[in-house]
Design a protein around this ligand. Structure first.
Ligand code: GDP
Ligand code: MN
Length: 397
């Protein structure tokens, strides 16, 4: 789960990371009120969307009068901000963060990620902040510092100091940098984050180290024990198809194609997506129904897949170990009947209770195409989609 910049800053502040003063605004009037509250003579109006690269997309504006702040707010609010991270549909700007402007002397990149190969938290830092980490690694690879944290002891002062020195910071800034690096690490581990990114972390003209931007992502599987973090979820920033599915406890990722997929097991689901592509189609989603899926869960999965209006054909692919093909078949039959399914449907069942499952489907009298192998199933579903109106029109599957 991602959260907004202002929420990330509030959390990091609690771990000793210095951030500019600011306030949230839902209207141009509120934005103007924030400038009075903050006083000063320069403010930054920042669109709060779950995306980086807002600056280049018009989502960050430095203003010197209250009128400019109101104009910036009026421009951004209610707009879909399209950054190169959001995709062409963009993300809705529902709230703004108005901050006192910071006088920047130097921009630094500071990131904390989980390195799966190292099985450790890795700190990535660069003195070439301001641009995205991908650009830094393309244009300034020599500036990148990597430091692996030993989970048994956590981030220690000497390690943070080493990073600060490698960044080439003025010695008087080292204690502040150490406090920031340790604060970020503590936030990372104490909040079950999967990423902490400060870009840019700046040295101000007055010689202070301040997090000018902040991005935090959290491990969804740990949210049950972080109620104060779960509460920060903003569904307006999510793919509505994924929100619908995750609210129903399904493991679903929305994709761009027209062939809906219901599969058991993440690995088989990935293989199924590949097979659909090899057969000349495009999957609409990844969906793992999980092990021991009840007929109700299968029905729910159908609802999630059909919640995507782009879906024009469905493939159910089950290799039952813990699952039972008869339960799956029961769920499929209920879905076709209860949802009055008109979408072409291909079902491939294999494994536990496969004969019972196939018999249920055959006896149902419903228009369900069955397949023996995954390759056959993928070909049949792509053929079924190609026979639909948009398939015949030659659109992308
Ligand atoms: P992002 O584009 O979504 O990553 O948003 P950021 O919060 O990183 O802002 C983008 C850029 O705007 C930063 O890299 C800064 O160069 C600039 N910026 C943001 N806030 C300030 C500020 O208070 N003062 C100045 N001078 N520049 C700022
Ligand atoms: Mn940024």
């Amino acid at each position: 789960m991602d959260i907004h910049e202002y929420q990330a800053k509030e959390l990091l502040k609690g771990f000793g990371v210095a951030v500019p003063r600011g306030g949230i605004a839902y209207s141009p009037e509120q934005a103007a009120y924030r400038t009075q509250e903050l006083s000063g003579d320069k403010w930054v109006v920042k669109a709060q969307v779950h995306s980086g690269a807002r600056g280049k997309a018009g989502g960050v504006r430095i203003c010197s009068t209250e009128t400019e702040v109101m104009d910036a707010a009026a421009y951004m609010l209610g707009r879909k901000l399209v950054t190169h991270q959001t995709g062409p549909q963009g993300k809705l700007v529902g709230r703004l963060y108005v901050e006192e402007a910071t006088n920047i002397a130097q921009e630094i990149y500071l990131g904390f990620v989980l390195d799966r190969t190292e099985e450790r938290v890795v700190v990535v830092a660069s003195s070439a902040g301001g641009m995205e980490i991908e650009e830094i690694s393309a244009h300034e690879p020599d500036t990148i510092i990597r430091s692996v944290v030993d989970p048994a002891v956590g981030m220690e002062a000497f390690q943070a100091r080493e990073i600060a020195f490698q960044l080439g910071l003025d010695p008087v800034l080292i204690p502040q940098a150490v406090k920031t690096i340790i604060g970020c690490y503590k936030a990372f581990s104490a909040l079950d984050a999967t990423m902490v990114e400060i870009n840019p972390l700046v040295v101000t003209g007055a010689g202070e180290i301040v997090a000018l931007d902040a991005k935090l992502s959290f491990d969804d599987n740990a949210l049950f024990r972080r109620p104060n973090i779960s509460e920060l979820r903003d569904k307006s920033q999510e793919d509505p198809r994924e929100t619908f599915a995750s609210d129903r406890g399904l493991s679903y990722i929305g994709l761009e194609g027209r062939i809906g997929c219901i599969v058991n097991g993440a690995g088989l689901a990935m293989a199924t997506l590949d097979m659909i592509k090899m057969a000349g189609g495009e999957p609409a989603n990844f969906l793992d129904v999980g092990g021991g899926a009840s007929p109700e869960r299968v029905l729910k999965s159908f609802r999630a897949v059909l919640n995507d209006p782009k879906v024009e054909a469905i493939l159910v692919n089950i290799f039952a170990g813990i699952n039972r093909c008869d339960w799956i078949a029961e769920g499929v039959i209920r879905a076709v009947r209860e949802l009055d399914l008109k979408t072409p449907l291909v079902v491939r069942l294999s494994g536990t209770n496969v004969e019972e499952g196939q018999k249920l489907l055959a006896d149902s009298g419903l228009n369900i195409t069955t397949a023996e192998t995954l390759a056959e199933a993928a070909e049949k579903v792509v053929a079924a989609w190609k026979a639909t109106a948009s398939g015949m029109a030659g659109g992308t599957a």
